[in-house]
Ligand binder design. Structure first.
Ligand SMILES: Cc1cc2nc3c(=O)[nH]c(=O)nc-3n(C[C@H](O)[C@H](O)[C@H](O)COP(=O)(O)OP(=O)(O)OC[C@H]3O[C@@H](n4cnc5c(N)ncnc54)[C@H](O)[C@@H]3O)c2cc1C
Length: 484
C-alpha cells in the first residue's frame, strides 16, 4: 500500500520482501471502511468491489448465507447501522486476496518488488539509509533516501533502528486456524462466538472453515512457534468442551494480547507503518483499517519530503496524527480481552457491558471507534470537520466519486459556486485540484482535502470567505504556492 502511494506520487520505490511467495494464510477476512476509502484514492474501488462480490458469492455457496462481516466488541455483537455514517462499512475480503490486489496494482505502477530479500541490518546518516539484505545470490547492500519498515509485528527494522516500543505484556493464548472437519465433527461445534467456562471459542469463518480458541490462563511458551494441529485441536476441545477431531490444519496462527506501540513512528530517515508500529490482540478485525491508513497518511508526506517540496515539519505530522489512532487500537483490544475472560467478575462485567451496548449512543461510540469514523487529527482548528477523514461521496453529475478525484493530490471542493475560492488556490494548482461539485455536505460551501482525504479547511455555508485562512492551510500542507 505504501509502495503504491509513493509510486503514484512519482517516487521510485524498492520493496524488499523476505518471503518467496505471498502468504496464503487467512488472517483478516474483512477490513474497515477507512482502509477501503484509502484504496479508492488509489483508483482501486472497482477491483475491491469485484473482490468483495466474489468473496460474498463464495460464502453463499459454502454456507448458504451471505451475511457479510459483522461488527463485535469482545464477542458482544453490535448493530453497524447505528454508526454515525452506516454507509462507511466494513468490506468483506480475505487478506491473501487483498495482498494480491495491491501487488497487482504495485506491478502496474512499476514498483520493483524483490522477493527472498530479507533486511538484516541498517545504518543511517544525514543523507540516507544503508540497508543490509540477505538474498539468494548472497548478501547485498541497498542505499535509499528513506526506509519504511512495513515488516509486521516482529519488525526487524523497528529493532535495528532502535525504536522505543512500549506497552503491556502478553497474558492470554489465542489459536486461530483454517481447518478441514468431517461432517460428523462439524456437527459437534455450534457456529458462532461463544464465551465458555474455559475461555472463548469461535466456529465461523467467511467461506473457509475456521476455528479459534482463546485461553486466558497464560501466554504461549513460545509466541512465535507455528500453530500445530494437535495444539489447536486440544485448545478447541478444552474451550468448547467437545471431543472434536480436526482432520487437517490448512493454515493458522498463535497470538497473544501483548500490546505495544512505538513512541515515535519516525527515527531519522527510518519510518514504521502497520503492525511494525503497533501490536495488539487481533480482536474485532481492526489491524488493516489502521495499518493501511498509516500508509495512506505517510505516503504523500514522504513523497513530498523526497521531492523536496514538503513544508517544514510535514513528515513529523505522521507520528502526531497516527500515534493516537494506534493508541486507541491498543486500548480497545485490551478492553476486549478483559471482557472476554471467563472468571465470574469478567462475566459480570460482560453482562453489564452487553446491556449498555443496547443503548444507541453507546453502540454508535463503539462502532465509530472500531471503524475509525471517530478519527479526528488535531489540526488545531475549531470546525468539527477539520481533521476528519472525508467519506467517499458521490460528487454529482459526471463528477464521479470524491476519493477517486483525489488521485494522490490535494482537492479543493467548491460545493456552492464560490468563485473566490478557486482564485485563491490558483497558485497551488500543481498539487491541488479544484472541483465544483454538487455533493451535499450539510452546512459547508467549500472544503480543502489533503491527498489522504483529511479535511484541512472548511468554508461554512454562507460564511464570508477568509482568503488568508485558505492560503495558510494550503501553504501548511502543500508548501508555498506559485505567485503571479
Ligand atoms: C488471526 C488473525 C486474524 C486477523 N483478523 C483481522 C481482521 O479480520 N481484520 C483486520 O483488519 N486485521 C486482522 N488481523 C490483523 C492483520 O492481519 C494485520 O494487521 C496485518 O497483516 C498487518 O499488516 P502489515 O503489512 O503491517 O504486516 P504483515 O502482514 O505482517 O506483513 C509484513 C511483511 O513483512 C515481511 N517481512 C518481515 N520481516 C522482514 C524482513 N526482515 N525483511 C523483509 N521482509 C520482511 C513479511 O514476510 C510480511 O510479508 C488479523 C491478524 C491475525 C493474526
Amino acid at each position: 500500500m505504501l509502495a503504491c502511494e509513493l509510486r503514484s506520487a512519482g517516487v521510485s520505490v524498492l520493496v524488499l520482501e523476505r518471503r518467496a511467495r505471498p502468504d496464503q494464510a487467512i488472517k483478516a477476512g474483512s477490513m474497515g471502511p477507512l482502509a477501503a476509502e484509502a484504496m479508492y484514492g488509489l483508483g482501486l474501488a472497482a477491483e475491491l468491489g469485484a473482490a468483495e462480490e466474489a468473496a460474498t458469492a463464495r460464502d453463499l455457496a459454502l454456507t448458504g448465507k451471505a451475511g457479510g462481516p459483522r461488527e463485535h466488541f469482545g464477542g458482544i455483537f453490535l448493530d453497524p447501522s447505528l454508526a454515525s455514517d452506516p454507509d462507511r462499512r466494513r468490506v468483506r475480503i480475505d487478506q491473501p486476496e487483498l495482498e494480491a490486489l495491491l501487488a497487482r496494482h504495485a506491478d502496474r505502477l512499476g514498483v520493483e518488488v524483490r522477493r527472498e530479500h530479507e533486511v538484516v541490518g541498517l545504518s543511517q546518516d544525514e543523507q540516507g539509509v544503508s540497508v543490509r539484505v540477505a538474498a539468494p545470490g548472497g548478501p547485498l547492500q541497498v542505499r535509499c533516501a528513506y526506509l519504511a519498515g512495513c515488516d509486521g509485528h516482529r519488525s526487524t527494522v523497528r529493532e535495528l533502528a532502535g525504536f522505543d516500543f512500549v506497552g503491556s505484556p502478553a497474558g492470554l493464548t489465542g489459536r486461530d486456524g483454517v481447518v478441514r472437519l468431517a461432517e460428523s465433527e462439524r456437527a459437534k461445534l455450534t457456529p458462532g462466538f461463544h464465551h465458555t467456562e474455559r475461555g472463548v471459542f469461535v466456529f465461523a469463518g467467511f467461506g473457509a472453515q475456521r476455528v479459534a480458541a482463546v485461553e486466558f490462563d497464560s501466554p504461549p511458551d513460545d509466541p512465535y512457534a507455528p500453530l500445530t494441529l494437535p495444539d489447536l485441536q486440544a485448545a478447541v476441545r478444552r474451550v468448547s468442551g467437545t471431543d472434536v477431531v480436526i482432520d487437517e490444519l490448512v493454515s493458522g496462527f498463535v497470538y497473544t494480547d501483548e500490546a505495544r506501540q512505538v513512541t515515535s513512528y519516525r527515527a531519522g530517515r527510518v519510518l514504521l507503518a502497520g503492525d511494525a508500529a503497533h501490536i495488539y490482540a487481533p480482536f474485532g478485525g481492526q489491524g488493516l483499517n489502521v495499518g493501511l491508513v498509516d500508509a495512506a497518511n505517510l505516503g504523500w508526506k514522504l513523497a513530498a519530503q523526497v521531492q523536496g517540496w514538503a513544508p517544514e515539519g510535514l513528515l513529523d505530522t505522521y507520528t502526531v496524527e497516527r500515534h493516537p489512532v494506534g493508541a486507541v487500537l491498543l486500548h480497545n483490544t485490551r478492553a476486549q480481552a478483559a471482557l472476554m475472560r471467563p472468571d465470574p467478575q469478567s462475566r459480570a462485567l460482560r453482562e453489564l457491558f452487553a446491556g449498555l451496548v443496547g443503548l444507541e449512543p453507546v453502540t454508535r461510540l463503539i462502532v465509530d471507534m472500531k471503524t475509525g469514523q471517530s478519527v479526528r487529527y488535531d489540526l488545531g482548528e475549531a470546525h468539527p470537520l477539520v481533521g476528519t477523514l472525508c467519506p467517499d461521496l458521490p460528487l454529482g453529475g459526471a463528477g464521479g466519486r470524491l476519493r477517486e478525484r483525489l488521485g494522490g493530490q490535494g482537492l479543493l471542493l467548491d460545493l456552492a459556486g464560490r468563485a473566490e475560492v478557486h482564485a485563491a488556490a490558483a497558485g497551488w494548482s500543481a498539487r491541488v485540484g479544484t472541483v465544483s461539485a454538487k455533493a451535499g455536505i450539510d452546512g459547508v460551501d467549500a472544503l480543502l482535502l489533503r491527498p489522504d482525504g483529511c479535511v484541512a479547511w472548511v468554508l461554512p455555508a454562507g460564511a464570508v470567505f477568509g482568503e488568508k485562512e485558505l492560503t495558510s492551510a494550503l501553504a501548511a500542507w502543500f508548501g508555498e504556492g506559485r505567485t503571479g
